[in-house]
Design a protein around this ligand. Structure first.
Ligand code: PLP
Length: 410
């Protein structure tokens, strides 16, 4: 019955991880997966998360394993919404904006992207979705599964090793049509580590408004990119406040910024163009209808941790401190790799290693060079040349730089 099933190549990062695990070389280095590692190359539960986990354990709440509601934990959802849309003042303008936003809890960022794609494919019925080239591979899978035509817009200018703003704008201007969905990375673009400037974001917002495109923000790195929560959601907050008639949505993940990868904590927020509690409720009910049929409700454990932190000013400060620890370490490693390549006189320009932001660097190494890195030097990164900077440590960065130098020269 099943002998004719297609042979899918599930995201190449998983094959890379398996090869890395099987490699017995003592100096092997993993620059593949998008997970934070400390300077010893070990997983790092955030200090604030460990503290809250202990508190919750001691509380011994008998309801801690109960079901959530279908929409999820209401307090968590309000805090999550306030975080990405930058609410906090409680002004009448803010309250009005909140009336436009329907939120549901999801199985992390992937689940939020999926619920968004599912909801929009059913109710917006876009002719196509525009995805950056390159992007997080799962964007393609998620939209392919909804049967929506996928088109790509240029994002990376290989020669300049820069964001291809002109290419993106020209393509969308000429080819995108009303009601098309446009997927945008809110910050720390995966895999390139290149984001639009504020002026470019404004132009993108104007283009979406003028052409009637539906912006779909994917926010997986808020606070993780620059260490600053407001700065990392500038794009989202600009669209919300400056394009009052534009409808849009946002998939939010707490995997990276809380280090809660396996807990699957996320939210999907749909912004309508009417500040109406009735419309908001109707959107929410429709999202709940889809959720009920898919996974009934999201898990409780991780969202309780996030909620506990965001509810408490002191814990929130401690969280910000943890975010700074992570984002600073990444910046230090970027610089260390850059300095070592300079010292070695490695051919080519390497400034992009320090100017790109977030977890990833698009190194510019070719697929052949990445193969050689693996085969000769036991340094594992994707063939696209994407390196997860968090795999670098004070101990291995010189080794990695020498390996880069070797594959570039030979
Ligand atoms: N979106 C982007 C751009 C990502 O890079 C990731 C994770 O790598 C996600 C969404 C979702 O991750 P998760 O489902 O673990 O929250």
């Amino acid at each position: 019955l099943f002998s004719e099933l297609p042979r899918y190549q599930i995201d190449s990062v998983f094959a890379l991880i398996a090869d890395y695990i099987a490699d017995t070389h003592p100096e092997k280095v993993s620059l593949g997966p998008g997970v934070y590692r400390d300077d010893q190359g070990a997983p790092w539960p955030l200090n604030v998360v460990e503290k809250v986990e202990k508190q919750l354990f001691e509380k011994n709440d008998a309801g801690r394993h109960e079901y959530l509601t279908i929409a999820g934990d209401g307090t968590f959802l309000e805090l999550a919404r306030d975080l990405c849309f930058g609410f906090g003042e409680g002004t009448p303008e803010e309250e009005k904006l909140k009336l436009k936003i329907a939120s549901v809890q999801t199985i992390s960022g992937t689940g939020a992207n999926h619920m968004g794609a599912l909801f929009l494919s059913k109710y917006l019925k876009p002719a196509r979705v525009w995805i950056s080239d390159p992007t997080w591979m799962n964007h393609h899978t998620i939209w392919e599964l909804q049967g929506v035509e996928r088109r790509t817009y240029p994002y990376y200018h290989a020669e300049k090793r820069a964001f291809d703003f002109e290419g993106m704008m020209a393509t969308l201007e000429e080819q995108a049509e009303k009601n098309d969905v446009i997927l945008l990375h809110a910050c720390a673009h995966n895999p390139t580590g290149l984001d639009p400037t504020k002026e470019q974001w404004k132009a993108i917002a104007d283009l979406c408004e003028r052409k009637g495109l539906f912006p779909f923000f994917d926010s997986a790195y808020q606070g993780f990119a620059s260490g600053n929560l407001t700065e990392d959601s500038w794009s989202v907050q600009y669209f919300l406040r400056n394009k009052p008639n534009m409808e849009m949505c946002l998939a939010q993940s707490f995997s990276k910024n809380f280090g809660l990868y396996g807990q699957r904590v996320g939210a999907f927020h749909l912004v309508s163009n009417e500040p109406s509690s009735e419309l908001r409720e109707s959107i929410k009910v429709n999202l709940c209808h889809l959720i009920r049929g898919e996974y009934s409700m999201a898990p409780r454990g991780g969202s309780t941790i996030v909620k506990t932190v965001l509810l408490d000013e002191q814990l929130k400060k401690e969280w910000q401190n943890d975010l700074t620890i992570m984002s600073d370490r990444i910046k230090v490693m970027r610089k260390a790799l850059y300095d070592e390549l300079q010292r070695l006189g490695t051919p080519g320009t390497w400034e992009h290693l320090v100017t790109q932001i977030g977890m990833f660097s698009y190194t510019g190494l070719t697929a052949a060079q990445c193969h050689a890195l693996r085969g000769k030097h036991h340094v594992y990164m994707l063939d696209s040349g994407r390196a997860s900077i968090t795999g670098l440590t004070s101990e291995n960065v010189v080794y990695v730089a020498r390996a880069f130098d070797d594959v570039v020269r030979n």
